[in-house]
Ligand binder design. Structure first.
Ligand code: HEM
Length: 410
């Protein structure tokens, strides 16, 4: 296959279960021009350099202008064309400094050590409760029964969403996750569904934020609500709350599901985790390298950039193929081997630079609680399908279902 068509193949669902051979081909040209004019950075060095380059922007553009929807929040996803829709309605993952830094700073201030520690404890309780519900089962779907409900509950509790409204959030989170797939930006049906969800969730959030301002509690939304002002308008607040829900949901689902898939395929390491729970942090870092939830992120060149023998022209779309950098043999010995004892794991699982994942500590705790409990409590887990069925997304990649046959739950 021609180099210029390789990224098209990455997006093809037929290659979802194992895109890694395509990444190896892409790495032969560290920054390659694809036939549609996109530039793909695939080596560790090229990705690291671009992640820290002020000449790349996160204010990425869709291919064409489309009419406005009337709801400024859904506009950023339907028609986020710079200077057409005001920039202030985008979540900060899609914004550049200085706005990005102001909003991110406000959020980071809410991830207090006390709050994160409390959620660490809560994650263990939530995992136990979810597994207890499956008592007596001989088959479980790890995605539906554990990985999916856990992160929504965690982020809802941190934000301060009333418990009775949580089921509604599970539905919204599912819909919004699909909005992050670049291919859905051009799909009319997906767009219409996203607009409805954005309308519903932004109306809900606006009401809740008002309520939190009147009666502040010890939660992130109350804390952020008090910060609204010149740096953070009403829509910024709503967009930030939605971002936390979306960015923290399917990513964490995929980390838990991808990890369990790798562990069931490596039963020796699964057995080791059961009796050596301290292995979990290293194992999770290796998972974020070996089979991460986020395979790529897109950017735009603000100026022409010369890198690794290629000139990226001004205005070009850039794909940072994070999951390929993680398998670069120039940095990792025997990169296709899953090895939690690997020293110095400099992975791109949480990105890097200005937009480095804001929820990384939370995600690590949730995954740790889930994986240790699964290793200790599932008796003799076997994969029902190998490979499992995958969700359609190539950027946010993970199993749709992970069905395990088990002898019981301890
Ligand atoms: C950004 C991965 C969990 C909130 C990112 C980025 C990656 C990532 C790769 C960089 C995006 C870019 O450069 O464009 C993950 C993974 C997770 C996870 C793999 C789970 C395993 C979470 C959680 C939260 C969260 C639990 C919050 C509750 C965010 C936010 C950003 C972000 C707010 C944007 C940061 C910015 O633009 O400055 N994440 N994430 N993430 N993540 Fe996560």
């Amino acid at each position: 296959m021609k180099t210029g068509r390789l990224f098209e193949a990455v997006k093809d669902e037929a290659n979802r279960a194992d895109p890694y051979p395509l990444y190896a081909r892409l790495r032969e040209t560290p920054v390659s021009r694809q036939d549609d004019g996109t530039y793909v950075a695939s080596t560790h060095a090229a990705i690291a350099s671009l992640l820290h380059d002020p000449r790349i922007s996160s204010e990425t553009l869709p291919p064409s202008e489309r009419p406005r929807t009337g709801n400024p929040l859904s506009d950023w996803i339907v028609n986020p064309v710079k200077n057409h829709v005001t920039n202030t309605h985008r979540p900060f993952i899609f914004r550049d400094p200085p706005d990005h830094d102001t909003l991110r700073g406000a959020v980071m201030g809410q991830f207090t050590p006390q709050r994160v520690h409390a959620m660490r404890e809560r994650s263990h309780v939530l995992v136990s409760e979810l597994l207890d519900k499956q008592a007596g089962a001989t088959r479980i779907d790890l995605v539906e029964d554990l990985a999916y409900p856990l992160p929504v509950t965690v982020i809802c509790e941190m934000l301060g969403i009333p418990r009775e409204d949580e089921p509604q959030f599970h539905g919204w989170a599912t819909q919004l996750a699909s909005a992050l797939e670049p291919d859905n930006l051009g799909n009319a049906e997906a767009r219409a569904a996203n607009i409805t969800t954005f309308d519903e969730i932004s109306t809900y959030m606006a009401g809740l934020i008002k309520e939190k301002r009147r009666h502040p509690q010890d939660d992130m939304l109350s804390g952020l609500g008090g910060k609204a002002g010149p740096g953070m308008g009403e829509y910024d607040l709503i967009a930030t709350a939605i971002l936390l829900l979306v960015a923290g949901h399917e990513t964490t689902v995929n980390l838990i599901a991808n990890s369990m898939l790798a562990l069931v395929r490596h039963p020796d390491i699964l057995a080791r985790l059961a009796c050596e729970p301290d292995l979990a942090p290293r194992l999770i870092e290796e998972m974020l390298r070996y089979d991460p939830p986020v395979h790529f992120r897109t950017r735009r060149a603000l100026n022409a950039i010369d890198i690794a023998g290629t000139t990226i022209p001004e205005g070009a779309d850039i794909v940072l193929l994070l999951a390929s950098g993680n398998r670069d043999p120039a940095v990792f010995e025997d990169p296709d081997r899953f090895d939690p004892d690997r020293p110095d794991i400099r992975h791109f699982g949480f990105g890097g630079g200005l937009h480095y994942c804001a929820g990384a500590p939370l995600a690590r705790f949730e995954a740790e609680a889930a994986l240790v409990a699964l290793a200790q409590r599932l008796t003799h887990p076997r994969l029902v399908d190998d490979p499992p069925p995958y969700r359609p997304g190539a950027a946010l990649r993970g199993p749709k279902h992970l069905r395990l046959a088990i002898d019981g739950i301890a």
